[in-house]
Design a protein around this ligand. Structure first.
Ligand code: ZN
Length: 150
């Protein structure tokens, strides 16, 4: 079956306290979800494990935006959305040409069987900014919106 013809899988996720929640319409194979354990200094400290699929659709709902801390480092091209109440980072975004791209933290998933996660280490060290942006444009979730629940 082609990627386009495949029905999407509804994946939900949230930080521990529920302030940041997401609905992900996953267009990849639901039994083979890549889970990239990033080796950058932030993800090493947070245990960040990320996934994305370019044909998928992500809707993020924030209950209290005052309790979301945007965090950037290094090239400052990506924003980590850290819940200020519970410390979990469910979503990372990157704005490219006015469009929002995203990866989500598989550890924040609520309804995915762990056997479907294909965990593998990933290192993007040494990548220059241009190839980093090009890779995100290619691989990250390309349909992303944030909603305020209030
Ligand atoms: Zn939280």
């Amino acid at each position: 079956m082609s990627e386009q013809g495949r029905p999407t899988t509804a994946i939900t996720g949230r930080c521990h306290c529920g302030n940041i929640a997401f609905d992900l319409e996953w267009r990849g194979d639901p039994r083979e979800i890549p889970a990239r354990a990033c080796s950058c200094a932030f993800c090493a400290k947070h245990g960040g494990v990320w996934t994305s699929h370019p044909g998928s659709r992500l809707r993020v709902t924030v209950l209290d935006p005052d309790l979301v801390t945007p965090y950037q480092f290094g090239t400052r091209t990506a924003t980590f959305h850290v819940c200020a109440r519970c410390g979990v980072t469910p979503v990372v975004t990157c704005e490219i040409d006015g469009r929002l791209y995203s990866v989500v933290n598989v550890n924040a998933f609520e309804n995915v069987d762990a056997v479907c996660l294909r965990r593998a280490p990933a290192s993007f060290e040494g990548e220059d900014v241009d190839s980093r942006i090009a890779r995100r444009k290619r691989n990250w979730i390309g349909d992303v919106a944030f909603g305020d629940a209030r």
